[in-house]
Write a new protein. Structure first.
Length: 256
């Protein structure tokens, strides 16, 4: 839920010129959490007893409590307030505070006017969920299917496949980047024959590489000002090369 709500919240409180790199930073922070999780699990692998699994479970609760407390003090977005309040006054006040400007500043008034006009257009043209899959003269349905397709392929196209030996002796294959994220140690242990300790260790460094790669993406957006399409094509091409190379390396021990 947080990964879906946060980008929308950021887009409604952030100036347009800052939204791209802030969303990149949000993804980087998520990957940083995964890195921390892997290293905590690796550290407690060397402990015996219930603490081996009790502490990692308790440790993540600290961040959950922090998010809950901070969220209680976060304001509603100007767009939400303007849309739901009888008057736009409270939304404009929050917008002024977010921009660090007086309420009657031209920048604040201009952005507030754009939000009000956009909300009025949405109300006049508001439809049902089925309208998402209709053209309406703006290729709305194509945009929806394109978004769904990109997200689907992002999940199903991973750096490798996870091969799990079932109790009956069969090998199940499930592609997807999340497989590598969550089951890298199992993949290394089953497919490459590593010990459990070494598989956990290598899994930690896979996540570290994810974190480094996310900083590269932020740098491309902020320094080179590259288009989102070119960045996506660059990432997909690099992933294709890495996937072929890694799948060959993982399939070799199984073929022996």
């Amino acid at each position: 839920m947080r990964t879906k709500v946060t980008p929308v919240y950021q887009s409604e409180i952030t100036p347009p010129e800052h939204r791209g790199w802030q969303l990149c930073c949000q993804l980087t922070s998520m990957i940083g959490g995964i890195v921390l999780t892997y290293w905590v699990n690796y550290a407690f692998y060397f402990y015996d007893g219930p603490v081996q699994w009790r502490f990692p479970l308790l440790f993540q609760a600290i961040f959950a409590v922090y998010v809950i407390i901070v969220t209680m003090f976060m304001p509603e977005t100007p767009r939400w307030l303007i849309r739901h309040d009888p008057t736009p006054e409270r939304g404009i006040e929050v917008l002024a505070k977010l921009r660090g400007l007086p309420r009657d500043h031209p920048v604040v008034m201009k952005e507030a006017k754009e939000i009000i006009e956009a909300i009025e257009i949405e109300r006049d043209e508001e439809g049902s969920w089925l309208d998402l899959f209709k053209d309406h003269g703006i290729s709305a349905d194509k945009r929806v299917w394109l978004g769904i397709g990109i997200q689907f392929m992002q999940q199903m196209t991973g750096a490798s496949s996870f091969r799990r030996v079932l109790a009956c002796g069969d090998i199940a294959t499930s592609p997807g980047i999340n497989i590598v994220t969550y089951y890298a140690p199992t993949l290394f242990e089953v497919s490459l024959g590593m010990s459990q300790e070494r598989a956990l260790f290598f899994g930690c460094w896979v996540q570290v590489w994810y974190l480094i790669a996310s900083f590269v993406t932020v740098s491309i957006f902020t320094t080179l000002h590259a288009s989102k399409t070119n960045v996506s094509l660059l990432g997909s091409g690099t992933q294709l090369i890495a996937s072929d190379d890694e799948n060959y390396g993982l399939a070799w021990p199984l073929a022996k």
